[in-house]
Design a protein around this ligand. Structure first.
Ligand code: SF4
Length: 390
């Protein structure tokens, strides 16, 4: 088969819901013309979501500590134990932030933090149970496999016991955080002290088998090859074939400021959009595809809605981790809705389970609360409510 005919056949098969191999995914990622690639991916979205709805979420990313022993080279957020800029928020401050989020209509909190040397399972039990008791309306979609491995190690318990105890305390689902790049070579280059990609997936698989679902992410643009990006997708798809526990795939682009990775370049807009479309065609077993307007910008986020994306993610009432590394895009509820509608889609607020809470079929249905705005802090600005440093 000639190259063009082979690409056409792969795109058609993917658009029709057929499975494409990793080798075929690499071929279309690198060689398919952009418009046919995007059209094929958008055909998948239309078949899965014929109502034309694109969802968004109101949530707040609350960081309990920036103290971390894992020292990932790409991370601008963490501080080593005993660093003068290390901080931890006490429970009152975390609950205050949850309360603000609830007042603004948030349905989810993402509690994330560094691998603090003292934080074992008991810390997370206390944190999640306090948030759940005070704000039962907030889904706790939080932490990731890296935090679970860390807390299990600190407490000397199994992965299963850690997951059982923190879900009993209130954790609803696990964030896809910490996936970065899963294949060994690029992962070791950017996060040598972090668990392997295989171990990250093992924790997800254990959680899925225990009935705890999650999302999956990919951070692209730290020097990995195209083939390694596709290998990352294949590793996730293999687990999903066995568990079905990944609700969504969320690719985002590495942000290059204030970290220890020197000389790396970000993924380009074209690479990002091609990855969005390729992943929609490749993940025949993952329901939702979310784009990352925070890292790529709102214009690219809006373009992605024509390349297979069905979810624009969160307004992010607070985000500190990726913004510390240079992501400066902000939005607000009314703008996010406008972005979706002007891309010729129907906006709808969703919850953590992707259920539609409010469908805005016409502008008359739109919320008008101008207080629902993205807030980002910077490593240059001391966070409020700092309870302790170490
Ligand atoms: S990415 Fe997470 S684990 Fe890595 S250094 Fe930053 S806070 Fe620590």
């Amino acid at each position: 088969m000639s190259g063009d005919r082979e690409i056409d056949e792969i795109l058609q098969r993917g658009a029709d819901g057929g499975r494409i191999t990793p080798e075929e995914a690499l071929l279309i990622y690198t060689d398919a013309p952009l418009h046919p690639l995007g059209e094929a991916a958008d055909a998948v979205r239309r078949r899965r979501y014929p109502d034309g709805i694109v969802t968004y979420l109101i949530d707040r990313n609350i960081n309990y500590t920036n103290v971390c022993v894992t020292a990932c080279k790409f991370c601008a957020f963490y501080r080593a134990p005993k660093h003068a800029e290390g901080w931890s928020h006490d429970l009152d401050e975390i609950l205050r932030r949850c309360g603000e989020a609830a007042d603004l209509g948030a349905t989810q909190v993402m509690l994330q933090g560094g691998h603090h040397p003292d934080y074992g399972v008991q810390y997370y039990e206390q944190l999640f149970s306090a948030v759940k008791a005070a704000f039962p309306q907030l889904a706790i979609h939080s932490i990731g496999p890296s935090e679970i491995l860390h807390m299990a190690k600190v407490s000397g318990v199994s992965i299963e016991e850690a997951i059982r105890r923190i879900t009993a305390a209130g954790l609803d689902s696990i964030a896809g955080a910490g996936a970065e790049m899963l294949p060994d070579r690029p992962r070791r280059a950017i996060a040598p002290l972090k668990e392997s990609g295989q171990r990250w997936l093992e924790v997800m698989e254990i959680a899925h088998r225990m009935g705890v679902e999650s999302t999956a992410t990919m951070m692209m643009g730290t020097g990995e090859t195209h083939a390694e990006r596709i290998a990352h997708l294949a590793m996730i798809r293999d687990v999903q074939d066995r568990t079905g526990g990944f609700r969504a795939f969320i690719p985002w682009t590495y942000q290059p400021e204030n970290n220890h990775l020197k000389g790396r370049t970000q993924a380009t807009t074209m690479e990002y959009l091609r990855m969005v479309a390729t992943s929609r065609l490749f993940f025949d077993n993952v329901a939702h595809l979310q784009s990352s307007w925070l890292t790529t910008g709102k214009d690219v986020g809006q373009l992605s809605l024509h390349m297979g994306v069905d979810d624009l993610g969160s307004i992010m009432l607070e985000e500190n981790v990726i913004s510390s590394a240079g992501a400066r895009h902000r939005s607000k509820l009314t703008e996010l809705i406008w972005m979706i509608r002007s891309a010729d889609r129907i906006p709808a607020q969703r919850d953590t389970l992707y259920r539609h809470l409010r469908v805005h079929r016409t502008p008359a249905d739109d919320p008008t609360d101008e207080r629902v705005v993205s807030h980002f802090s910077s490593i240059a600005i001391a966070p409020s409510g700092v309870a302790a440093t170490r």
